[in-house]
Design a protein. Structure first.
Length: 257
């Protein structure tokens, strides 16, 4: 079947006429009769696409002027939907018609297109930046203490810790060793006795709670203020002395370096 420009144009004009009738009906107040389509529309020449566009837009303007906001929106929706029929006259006309209709509509009903048009979904919130990786914990400094020791004492660092299978499991804790003239002996020793409520007969019955001896001449771990150097013992805070007293057994290896 061959294409006939005249037949296609006449079909488009027929659709436009039906749109005008729809527009008039939508725009009319409730209970009013649909207005007749202007005679001039049916007489549009297929050869004059610009005249067709002008007539289409003018009819839309007339319908919109007499409409309420709700009625006007219905008119605009119907006309915009049917503007595609103008493509039979000129493929560019539908978009031109829609643009001109919306210009008229915005002038008569400011903001209504924006109000009634679907709003775009809000952009999703950006993903939070990943937290920086935590810095690795510094490796434990075992100094010169061998893995088979149960207790290690670092005189230079004034610290001590408990080990199990060569791994520190308690500490390092702060300690105070002997002051000049009463230095804590360095070397390898073994726990030989434990006295919970000990006192020092040699130094005026000074208290030595939770004493854990590792020499046979009175050197022990015990509770005391590690802010002050001792007379040879290893002083430590109460909770640390309690832990050493509880964990250490007779014969456990002590290394002081």
């Amino acid at each position: 079947m061959s294409y006939s420009p005249r037949r296609s144009a006449n079909r488009a004009l027929s659709v436009i006429a039906s749109v005008f009738a729809c527009v008039a009906l939508v725009a009319a107040p409730a209970g009013a009769q649909a207005q007749n389509v202007p005679a001039g529309v049916n007489q549009l020449s297929a050869a004059s696409s610009q005249a067709s566009l002008d007539a289409f837009v003018q009819q839309a303007r007339s319908a919109l002027v007499t409409s309420t906001r709700d009625g006007a929106w219905n008119v605009r929706s119907a006309v915009v939907a049917q503007a595609g029929s103008l493509a039979a006259l000129n493929p560019a006309l539908p978009e031109q018609a829609r643009a001109q209709i919306d210009q008229i509509f915005e002038a008569l009903f400011p903001g209504l297109i924006e109000e009634r048009s679907p709003r775009p979904a809000p952009a999703p919130a950006p993903e939070p930046a990943p937290a920086p990786a935590a810095a690795p914990a510094p490796a434990f400094d075992y100094g010169a203490c061998p893995k088979d020791a149960k207790v290690c004492v670092d005189i230079a660092g004034q610290r001590s810790w408990l080990q199990r299978n060569g791994e520190a499991y308690y500490g390092a804790v702060r300690v105070a060793t002997g002051k000049p003239g009463y230095e804590t002996p360095r070397g390898t020793f073994y726990v030989n006795r434990k006295v919970k409520d000990e006192i020092s007969w040699e130094f005026g019955n000074a208290p030595m709670p939770y004493a854990t001896y590792f020499t046979y001449n009175g050197i022990a771990f015990h509770e005391g203020d590690p802010a002050y150097l001792s007379h040879g013992c290893v002083r430590m805070y109460r909770q640390d002395a309690q832990r050493y007293f509880a964990d250490l057994n007779i014969g456990d290896k002590v290394v002081v370096y």
